[in-house]
Structures are given as C-alpha cells and as structure tokens.
Design a protein around this ligand. Structure first.
Ligand code: FSO
Ligand code: SF4
Length: 544
C-alpha cells in the first residue's frame, strides 16, 4: 500500500484508494496532503494554547483555512504546490511555538507529534504516509475524527470564499483550530460526537456568512433563464465556485471580443444581478464536473479552474487549462493574485488565438431560486401547498459524480409525481435539471438555489415554511431529503442539516466509506439517516 484515502464517495470499492486515487490523485500527492493535514494539526494545537494565553499570532486562521481547502477532493494535484503549503504551515507553527516560549508559557503538555516533528521537504511524503488516516487504529475513533476533519475541510472552503469577499467570522476561525486540535486529543466518543455536531452548527454559520458575502457583493439571486447555446466569438470557460474570480474575469474581458461561459458549479453565477451587466457573459456550457474531459475538449478555448472539481486534463486540451487560488495541477499554468488582484490577461490572449466553442446544445435553463427569490414567491407557494397542488418538496441537493449508480437520482426525479417540487443546490442538479418536468401553477418543478453552499438557502426556506405553517418541528414539514454526496463540502452541508434537526435523510449513492459500522449506528439511531435504495421504493416512501 502506498497511500490511503477514503474521504470522497468515489473511494475505491467504497473502502479507500490505496495506490492511486480514483480522482487521479497520485500516491505522492495523497501522502503530501496527509502531511499537510498533520502540519495543520500541530499548528492548531499551538494556536489553541496561544489563544488560551491571550497571545495573538496573525494570519493563522486564514492559513489553516486555505491549507485545508487545498486537501479537498479534486482541488490540488500538484506535489510542488502542496509541499510549499506544508513549508508555510510548519513555519507558522514554529512562529507560534516561539511566541509561546518567549512568553514563558509551558508547552510540555503538548505531546502530540504534530507539534514537535521536524524535517525537510524530502521527508514530507514518508511522514504523510505514516501520519495519515490509518495511523489511528481504533476504527470508531478514526471514523469520528475523519468525519470531523472532512466537515472542517468543507467549512474551510466556504469560509475561504467568504473571506475573498471580505467577510470573516471569529467564531468560524476559532473553530477551525479547535476542531483540528481536538483530533489529536484522547476524547471520549460522546465528546467526539459533540465536536462533530458543533461542526454542523459552524457549517450553518459559515454558509450564512458566505450567503451574506455573495448577496452583499452581487445582489440576491433572481429567476434567470441561462442560455445553453454558444456564440461565434472565442470564449473562456470558468469553473469551480469562486465568484470573485468570475467578477475579475468579467471585468477584464469586457469589450475584448472574448465571451465568458460557466461550467459545472459556476452555472448559478448567472442568477446574480451584478453579473448581468456583462454582455459577454453568454451562458453555461456542458454538464457536471465529471463531463469536463468531453466539454473542455469541445470548448476550444481556455478554461479557468477556480476550485474543485478538477479532473486530470487530457493532452488534447491541457495547454488551455489555467488554475488559480488553491486549485493546482502539475504542469498547468497557475495565476496568483498580486496585491489582492488577479491578472487574467494571459488567459484572455490565449482565447483570442482559439476557435469559438463547438455548440453542444441549445435552449435555456431556469434557476435562481435562492431564499430571497423563493420567499418573494412565498404566497404562491403556500397557497399551492394548502390547496394540495404541491404535496411534497424533495430536497435533492449535493453533488454529481461519475458512477452509473447516480442514475438513481435521474430516475427519482422522473418518478416523482406531478404534485412534487424538487429543491436543489450543488452540482447534483445536472442529473435532472434538463428534464422537462414542467411547473405547478407557474412554479417550476425544479427550483435551483445555486451552488452546494446555497443549500443554506434551502434551510432558510424550510425554516420560513415551518414558521408560516406554525409547526414546532422542522420534520413536520412536507419536505423529504434525498441527498447525493461526493466530496467534503457535501459532508459539511450534511452536518449542517443534522444540526438543524433534519431527520430521515436519504444519502447516496453509497454511505461514506469513512463511517464505521458503529458510527453509522449512531447516525441512524439519532438522525434516522438511510442509504438511497430502490428508486420505486424510495419514491413511495417519500411521497406515498
Ligand atoms: Fe460539486 Fe465538485 Fe459544489 Fe463539490 S463541483 S462536487 S460538494 O466540488 O462543491 O457541488
Ligand atoms: Fe480516492 Fe476520493 Fe481520496 Fe481521490 S479523494 S484518493 S477518489 S477517496
């Protein structure tokens, strides 16, 4: 075995990737990412000690946030970049240690190896291989610690997007180091479960923060028809989740004769009023992230990858792929910010040398049903529920993925009766968002709130409906949850839903490999979580 990773839904045989990731992550990068997480733990332990002693060390929380984001599935495949992140984290760890020592604070109780380990970069990979997931032998402790770490990785990703737009939260930042430090401590099972549930609470706070950041910067998403066809100009395809990158790209391409299209999780950017003023912001191109090989090839022009989900690029288009922010892949051009600004001129000049995109489809998609838009339609929605025209809402948020089993979600969408409405967010929608499911009295049967973080919007809508219908329990609402997961942000969203008290969630296409049988038992007993199963049976159970 040269690596071990089981953090995403595509973990080999739903057990773990041991030679190379199904995602394309090589064993050296996997071990370096484990080393990075190990280094973050050491930094977190010392940061907690510094906080307890009122010693302030600048920039720690941002660093933990971004370092964890680097290790999320399909974000960074570049060994050199991950090595640099480890260097930076270890350096910061030693700065915090020095500050504690200078203040004569006793740190002899901080015995975890992550606090004291030293070695140069030639040793990182080997250390990562022994410090990773399997270093914890008790499978329940390992399961609860990894569940927490994956939830925190997703929180870090969302916090990073909010921070890019100037919104940060001390509560969120403090939790990053608290949670990571806790994974080095000998906690009881109940204490570990409490920490996982706290991650759910912080997940909601972070998604709310990001929602505030996005809507303050770009307005409230509104009902929008998104064009699926192409024009004759050369174009740039932007993917990932970072709206700030999109804003900068649109500003820089304005008037250049180069069009901008979205791919995958960037689709919901079209719903924001602020981006509508750009005439060259043409539409969405292609399908979900895993379709990118075919889509990027056909696009003809450059692709800007701002976050996950990046797939190792084929040689036919790799000279056209650019990464930015925490995303990275060995050999691809990377664009960093200088003085807080990114210069995308190299991407724009590349586009000018390329053919226009090949048309894959035509038509339009309707979306933009984030909380403000849905609440603006609240009267209509409530009337439809009271009149029986809408019997159930089915939340089908989350992620898409490569596995054919995910056709389950398409089949569920097709099998749901005409009096149901699908509430979606995240790239899971690509399994059914082009189906002709019609509307109920003018309300479309698929309401897309936005990116995976906009699952927050679905929670806001649920809480509003609970209030309007005068219910005591969120589970008394006519809402079912049939969630698709892939990477760690979906774990974060799931923990957020559990924190809000949602019970009976169906999760698929498989339950996470990192949940031990005993941890699954805890989740079933407390939250009635169940795996997705047979389409007809699940639909019957959800809508009768
Ligand atoms: Fe999807 Fe990828 Fe948004 Fe994820 S594109 S899978 S949960 O990164 O973040 O929904
Ligand atoms: Fe395997 Fe997923 Fe880990 Fe990639 S992220 S190595 S596919 S478990």
């Amino acid at each position: 075995m040269s690596m071990f990773c089981f953090q995403c839904q595509e973990a080999l045989k739903n057990t773990g990737c041991t030679k190379k990731g199904v995602c394309g992550k090589t064993d050296d990068v996997a071990n370096l990412q484990d080393m990075l997480v190990f280094a973050v733990k050491g930094l977190s332990v010392l940061t907690q000690k510094a906080q307890q002693n009122n010693i302030n060390v600048d920039g720690v929380a941002e660093l933990i946030q971004n370092a964890l984001f680097v290790t999320v599935t399909n974000v960074n495949f570049d060994a050199a970049a991950v090595t640099q992140w480890i260097d930076t984290v270890l350096k910061k760890r030693d700065t915090v240690k020095a500050a504690l020592q200078k203040a004569s604070i006793d740190i002899s109780d901080l015995t975890d190896e992550s606090v004291s380990w030293t070695g140069d970069s030639s040793l990182y990979e080997a250390k990562g291989a022994t410090a990773g997931v399997l270093s914890q032998e008790n499978e329940d402790v390992r399961s609860l610690r990894e569940l927490l770490i994956y939830g925190v990785k997703g929180i870090a990703a969302y916090a990073s997007h909010a921070a890019a737009l100037g919104k940060t939260s001390t509560d969120v930042y403090d939790f990053l180091s608290e949670a990571m430090a806790s994974t080095t401590q000998n906690l009881s099972q109940d204490e570990m479960i409490a920490m996982v549930l706290k991650a759910g609470e912080v997940a909601v706070t972070t998604m709310a923060l990001l929602d505030e950041a996005n809507t303050t910067a770009y307005g409230n998403p509104e009902i929008t028809e998104v064009n699926l066809g192409v024009r004759g100009n050369p174009g740039i395809l932007i993917s990932g989740h970072d709206l700030k990158d999109l804003e900068e790209l649109l500003a820089q391409t304005k008037g250049s004769g180069v069009d901008v299209y979205t791919h995958g999780e960037m689709l919901p950017a079209h719903y924001y009023p602020a981006f509508k003023k750009y005439d060259n912001f043409v539409g969405n191109y292609g399908g979900a992230w895993y379709d990118q090989k075919a889509d990027f090839e056909a696009f003809n022009g450059p692709i800007l990858m701002t976050t996950n989900c990046l797939v190792p690029p084929s040689s036919s288009y790799r000279d056209r792929v650019y990464t930015t922010g925490v995303a990275g892949f060995t050999g691809l051009a990377h664009i960093d910010a200088t003085n807080g600004k990114k210069d995308f001129s190299v991407v724009i000049e590349k586009a000018k040398t390329c053919d226009a995109p090949k048309e894959l489809e035509t038509g339009k998609l309707v979306g933009g049903f984030a909380h403000a838009q849905v609440l603006a339609l609240a009267d209509k929605v409530i009337e439809a529920v009271k009149a029986g025209a809408v019997k159930k809402f089915v939340v089908m948020a989350g992620c898409d993925g490569r596995q054919s089993e995910r056709e389950y979600f398409t089949d569920v969408a097709k099998a749901l009766p005409d009096n149901t409405i699908i509430l979606t967010a995240g790239c899971a929608k690509f399994r059914y968002n082009k189906l002709p499911l019609g509307d109920i009295g003018g309300i479309p049967r698929i309401l897309d709130a936005g990116q995976c973080n906009d699952s927050y919007s679905l929670a806001v809508v649920a809480l509003k409906l609970k209030e309007v219908f005068g219910l005591d329990d969120i589970n008394d609402l006519p809402i079912e949850y049939d969630i698709a997961w892939y990477e760690q942000k979906a774990v974060t969203v799931l923990l957020g839903l559990l924190y809000l008290g949602v019970k009976g969630i169906r999760l698929g296409p498989t339950l996470p490999a990192f949940l031990s049988p005993n941890v699954v038992k805890v989740l079933v007993e407390n939250f009635d979580i169940k795996p997705t199963g047979d389409v007809a049976e699940d639909v019957k159970a959800m809508v009768g």
